[in-house]
Design a protein around this ligand. Structure first.
Ligand SMILES: *Cc1c(COP(=O)(O)O)cnc(C)c1O
Length: 371
């Protein structure tokens, strides 16, 4: 029996009636671009994240790029971020004209280590871009304090953390409402995924909101009047209609992911490092990632899973500061040792709300065989 990383088919079949109805209603209205479902979904999304505004865009990478430009990042500005993330994070920084500055990660959560950030601040630093990796929130208490001290903006990469929560100043808040602007992806494998590409920007800042809304639609501020060079980056009405249906289920699905993580933890905690959930954090487990003793052990486990038809992935096998594309930034091996170690040891296992006990047992048995 094959076990995938995510089971999109079962997920669809469970809500097929509602989804088909939502798609059909758009087909009947034919308002494919910025139709009323887009506006409705943006409102519902802002309400869920408890932000004043939400602007939908074509994908998560554009959410980051448009958020950075809307927040005023431009040529030569330095943006401090993690080397242990998907390339889109830094791709967006470069596309805005900015320079990614890599700061090492925390060995417990694999998120940017706030204690390393200050060393990286220069006169050119304009923003910090924390990524809530796998769905575990970054240490926003410390990051917020640093941002305040040096007058920097915070742009959150929430592509893997929709529905995650963090307690700041004694109040539980959702990721995407903790910094100046939040960026989300609706890539199918994310916690809230559409049936294609999609993304969202959240903010409480009116200027950022207005800039983002203009930039996603060619820089247009009034029909056929343009203030800036923008992009064609809108969320399709059909995708918004699908996402509106799925949004109603997100809390149920996140709870299921947490239950599955607890079951995995119980079986695996004695043989590997299982994900920890730090104080003041609620995890949403976009990915469930374990950390093995070393590269050799990880490879043995990985091969055994794949041989038995069980999917697994390494997020991410090469830290970004060592990628060819960023050679010009001048980093070398050994510069960010925690990230360089972790990249060899992590392994992400199948994780989706529909994963059942039998499957969890099969996956765990295959891991145990090699440890
Ligand atoms: C998925 C992802 C993105 C990009 O999202 P797309 O919708 O695929 O463009 C950005 N950052 C992180 C951390 C991601 O996981």
């Amino acid at each position: 029996m094959k076990i995938p990383m995510v089971d999109l088919k079962t997920n669809y079949l469970n809500i097929k009636k509602e989804i088909d109805y939502a798609i059909n209603s758009v087909l009947n209205k034919t308002d494919y671009i910025l139709g009323e479902e887009v506006c409705k979904f943006e409102n519902d999304f802002a309400k869920y994240c408890d932000t004043k505004y939400a602007v939908s865009v074509a994908n998560g990478t554009d959410a980051l790029r448009i958020a950075l430009i809307s927040a005023g990042i431009s040529k030569g500005d330095e943006v401090i971020t993690t080397p242990f993330t998907f390339i889109a994070t830094t791709e967006a920084i470069v596309q805005s004209g900015g320079i990614p500055v890599f700061s090492d990660i925390d060995s417990e959560t694999y998120n940017i280590n706030p204690d390393e950030i200050e060393k990286k601040i220069t006169k050119k630093t304009k923003a910090i871009l924390p990524v809530h990796l796998y769905g575990h929130p970054c240490n926003m208490k410390k990051i917020t304090a640093i941002a305040k001290k040096y007058n920097l903006q915070i742009i959150e990469d929430c592509a893997q953390s929709f529905s995650s929560e963090y307690k700041l100043n004694n109040k539980w808040k959702r990721t995407g409402s903790l910094g100046d602007v939040g960026c989300f992806s609706f890539y199918p494998a994310k916690n809230l995924g559409c049936y294609g590409d999609g993304g969202m920007i959240t903010t409480n800042n009116k200027t950022i909101y207005e800039n983002a809304k203009m930039l996603r639609d060619h820089g247009q501020y009034d029909k056929y009047y343009y203030k800036e060079n923008g992009f064609n980056s809108r969320l399709d009405t059909i995708q918004a209609a699908i996402l509106s249906v799925k949004l109603k289920y997100i809390d149920e699905w996140t709870n299921k992911r947490n239950k599955i993580a607890e079951k995995y933890n119980k079986i695996l905690e004695n043989i590997a490092d299982v994900p920890i959930v730090q104080e003041n954090c609620r995890h949403s487990y976009n990915y469930y990632s374990i950390c093995l003793k070393n590269k050799l052990e990880k490879e043995k486990v990985q091969q055994n899973l794949l041989k038995n038809g069980i999917a697994c992935q390494i997020y991410y096998p090469q830290s970004l500061h060592l990628q060819e594309v960023y050679k010009y930034l001048g980093y070398k091996k050994g510069d960010l040792p925690v990230s360089e170690n972790i990249q060899d040891q992590v392994l992400s296992l199948p994780m989706y709300p529909e994963l059942n006990d039998g499957q969890i047992k099969i996956i765990s048995d295959r891991i145990k065989e090699k440890i």
